[in-house]
Design a protein around this ligand. Structure first.
Ligand SMILES: [Zn+2]
Length: 453
């Protein structure tokens, strides 16, 4: 028997996938599809807990509940990692309209995360519309001073991957207020980051540069943006009014929530699978990123239920504060360094609970090549898009110490319909798509654990 194993090892090589792997992966999908739990857990997280912005009561409830959930699953160890997080609050619902003569037209807006409030009675000023920072600079202080800058560059609809379209537009949200304030603007209104045409404003993080006045900034829905743009062409002297009373409070104490199954052969080598537990405050954070968190817990549950004893330690990590600070991701990597933990790989699901397409890999060419040898095993499940790509914001800080990062890639067409809005609710998630994602992550974790990287 020993000779046979040796012979087989010589023929196949120790790193090649074995026929039993395809059966194992089949059983992982069977478990997720027939007896999956992620969807019902997500229902609880979305409906009973709801929005989980860092520092909020909802975020704390989510920490307590996910810890309890993982304890109930009987994982070997469940623990919290303390992190201090930014604590921004939206306050009363925003109000906005543009005015032509005596006629006011209301438009939906949402303050951007991190923005300051307007004056208590709001701010009203003429508007300059631009599509790029370059265009804004060319206008110069003379034409911008005292005005509200309206950033109206849409996400490029021709991009097949909507994350690329997002990447091409999101600087307006992140830095628009700073660029506008440099030229003396009194406010910044940003077209929502979505390819959808509707009335939902999309919030999201912004930051102020140093040495410029902090001016209030908000997202306007795409319908609102188009209406404003059209009206401006007809009435260049119209004024825009908005009022918001958001504020940044002192940093708050919060936590990453970690559950693990201890490795049987190399417990000191850790494989992380995770998502972020915090969400924006407008919706339920179902796709972003309740889905990823529940899938991560489901990965461990599936392994435990199927009796897969991993060689390495597998951790489900619910990162805190991805949305407006990344303190959880940074803190997790800091703890790993301090505790001399070796993280072999980290898999993040933070692109929504949609139909799986593949994984993006951050690692050396050799590590990528090794993971890409598993393509054949994953192809029957629709995972064809496996290759170089982004890992995930929360796991990013682990890359410094050589951890190989995997970003789960579901189909991206609908993600930005919901992203950071009031309609990112449980109802927007399909149970089979969510389960397939969890199974895909479990299959990948199984292969990484079995063959290393
Ligand atoms: Zn997210």
């Amino acid at each position: 028997m020993k000779t046979l194993i040796l012979l087989l090892t010589l023929i196949a090589g120790p790193l090649s996938a074995q026929p039993s792997d395809s059966l194992r992966i089949r059983s992982i999908y069977d478990e997720a599809l027939a007896r999956g739990q992620a969807y019902e857990w997500l229902r609880y997280l979305s409906k009973q807990i709801g929005p989980r912005l860092s520092g909020s009561a909802g975020a704390q409830k989510a920490v307590d509940w996910t810890k309890q959930l993982m304890e109930q699953q009987g994982f070997d160890r469940v623990f919290l990692q303390e992190v201090m997080v930014p604590h921004w609050v939206r306050g009363a619902k925003e109000e906005a309209y543009f005015r032509i003569g005596k006629q006011k037209t209301a438009v939906p807006i949402a303050a951007l995360g991190g923005s300051v409030a307007t004056a208590p009675k709001g701010v009203e000023a003429p508007v300059v519309e631009v599509k790029t920072f370059q265009e804004l600079r060319e206008l110069g202080a003379e034409k911008v001073k005292g005005k509200i800058v309206f950033f109206n560059r849409p996400m490029d609809p021709t991009r097949l991957n909507t994350f690329e379209a997002y990447g091409g537009a999101v600087e307006q949200r992140a830095n628009g207020a700073t660029e506008a304030a440099r030229l003396g603007a009194v406010g910044a209104i940003v077209r929502s980051m979505t390819t959808a045409q509707d009335d939902n404003p999309h919030t999201g993080a912004m930051r102020y540069g140093t040495g410029v006045p902090l001016i209030p900034t908000a997202a306007i829905s795409t319908n609102g943006a188009d209406l404003l743009s059209k009206s401006l062409k007809e009435n260049p002297n119209l004024t825009f009014f908005f009022r918001q009373d958001c504020e940044s409070l002192p940093d708050a104490r919060s936590y990453n929530v970690v559950g693990e199954i201890r490795g049987s052969e190399k417990p000191e080598e850790i494989i992380v699978v995770g998502g972020h537990l915090d969400s924006w405050d407008l919706g339920e954070g179902a796709h972003d990123d309740g889905a990823g968190c529940m899938q991560a817990v489901e990965v461990l549950r599936i392994m435990k239920t199927l009796g897969i004893r991993p060689k390495r330690t597998i951790r489900a990590v619910m990162f805190m504060n991805e949305e407006n600070g990344l303190r959880g991701g940074i803190g997790y990597a800091d703890y790993a360094r301090k505790n001399n933990e070796k993280h072999l790989a980290a898999v993040e699901s933070d692109n929504g609970g949609f139909t799986p397409r593949g994984f993006g890999i951050v690692g050396t060419p050799e590590q990528r090549a090794k993971a890409m040898r598993w393509k054949e095993l994953l192809a029957p499940y629709g995972l064809h898009d496996i290759g170089p790509g982004g890992g995930g914001a929360d796991i990013g800080p682990l890359a410094q110490s050589g951890t190989v990062l995997f970003g789960f890639k579901p189909d991206s067409q609908r993600y930005f319909d919901y992203h950071h809005t009031g309609i990112d609710r449980f109802e927007a998630v399909n149970p089979r798509e969510l389960a397939l994602g969890a199974a895909s992550m479990a299959a990948l974790v199984y292969l990484i654990d079995t063959y290393g990287l």
